[in-house]
Design a protein around this ligand. Structure first.
Ligand code: ATP
Ligand code: LTN
Length: 335
């Protein structure tokens, strides 16, 4: 089956922490949907990555199922994509160990996400947080991935993954395909609504729209969104001087399917109030069907289980092939 399919392979991962945000949707999930017919795609809910920050076990389990439901509700078809939990495919942890031995401390010390997270969780700077990018490299390299759709913030991790793959291949021959990042031009970095200089992130919930937020909460958050302090109160795309407005335009563009020029024309001569309300409405309408379908799926545990079991089995088959090759190359005896 696998040999007949000549499509390029895509792999991406999302952490099941908290609730997914509009940033995750525009930067990641929406693109996953656009790719599913053209590519051979694997999407992993990276529950082992989530453990690098302390988690409540019951909450983590719930977040895993919720994330899987959102994947499906936002249109990912489990017959076309392999959707699974990272922890259910043991080859991820197994390859990560080997790749740890091909990664330098200095490389990991340079990772900005590590520096940020270490600062945020100063009481728990664990080794997992440090080697997080190595597990991510294992995720990707196990599947001989061609392309990795990610948001801008993950570019550095992907570069490291490529370096590790090249280093390993340099010693043992062509074992891993060296993956390319796939970063959408629009929406790769959705910013916080109340602090447009920082990324919209689950960890600062105030400026953050969650996919399962109630419509009234979404509208309220947009109404309060920061626009600009400049005197020219007009809707114009200028990320450098009007980051708040540019961010809202990105969001509106992707929720309503409009270009920046169309948006500028639509709000010509109007203040920010009307614009912010329109963005809120567009997002509410975009998210409504996703929220309703997620709730329906969450009540159908048997169906969810059938999806993730089948996903893990298919993923493990592909991952097993790469791992056996790696074992052989490095001199471990294959099982
Ligand atoms: P955190 O919110 O804690 O910073 P995260 O949302 O970046 O974490 P993941 O849930 O693993 O972590 O991210 C999944 C995908 O969503 C990644 O590809 C990431 O680049 C993308 N993503 C996350 N936030 C945004 C954002 N604000 N804009 C665009 N893409 C984003
Ligand atoms: N580190 C990523 C999540 C992630 C991932 C991956 C993304 C884990 N493994 C493999 C792409 C490919 C994040 O924090 N967004």
């Amino acid at each position: 089956m696998e040999q007949q399919v000549q499509k390029k392979r895509i792999f991406s991962g999302i952490q099941p922490t908290g609730n997914l945000t509009l940033g995750n949707y525009i930067g990641a999930l929406r693109n996953f949907n656009l790719l599913q017919d053209e590519y051979d795609c694997l999407y992993s809910i990276v529950d082992m990555h989530a453990m690098t920050v302390r988690q409540n076990p019951a909450e983590l389990r719930k977040a895993c199922l919720r994330t899987m439901s959102i994947f499906l509700a936002s249109g990912l078809d489990p017959r076309k994509n392999i959707i699974y939990f990272q922890s259910q495919v043991p080859q991820h942890a197994e390859l990560a160990w080997i790749l740890n031995c091909f990664t330098y401390m200095g490389e990991l010390q340079r990772m900005t996400q590590f520096k940020d997270k270490a600062a945020k969780h100063a009481d728990n700077i664990n080794a997992g947080l440090f080697t997080y990018p190595v597990l991510m490299a294992a995720d990707i390299l196990l599947y001989q991935t061609d392309l990795v759709p990610i948001g801008e913030d993950q570019r550095q991790h992907l570069e490291l993954c490529r370096d590790i793959a090249n280093r390993f291949n340099g010693v043992y021959g062509d074992v891993f395909k060296v993956p390319e990042p796939y970063i959408a031009k629009v929406g790769a970095r959705i910013m916080s609504l109340n602090a447009p200089e920082s990324k919209m992130s689950k960890s600062s919930p105030e400026g953050c729209v969650f996919l399962l937020d109630r419509p009234e909460d979404i509208l309220r958050k947009f109404k309060r969104a920061i626009t600009d302090s400049d005197t020219e109160r007009c809707v114009r795309y200028d990320p450098e001087h009007k980051p708040g407005v540019a961010n809202l335009m990105q969001i509106y563009g992707s929720a309503a399917g409009k270009t920046y020029a169309e948006i500028e024309r639509e709000f010509d001569g109007q203040g920010y109030g009307a614009f912010k309300a329109a963005v809120g409405e567009a997002v509410v309408e975009k998210l409504r069907p996703i929220r309703e379908e997620t709730e329906r799926l969450l009540a159908d545990k048997a169906y969810l289980e059938s999806v993730y079991r089948a996903g893990a089995e298919k993923a493990s088959y592909i991952a097993g092939k790469t791992l056996r090759k790696v074992y052989k190359k490095v001199g471990l005896l294959a099982k």
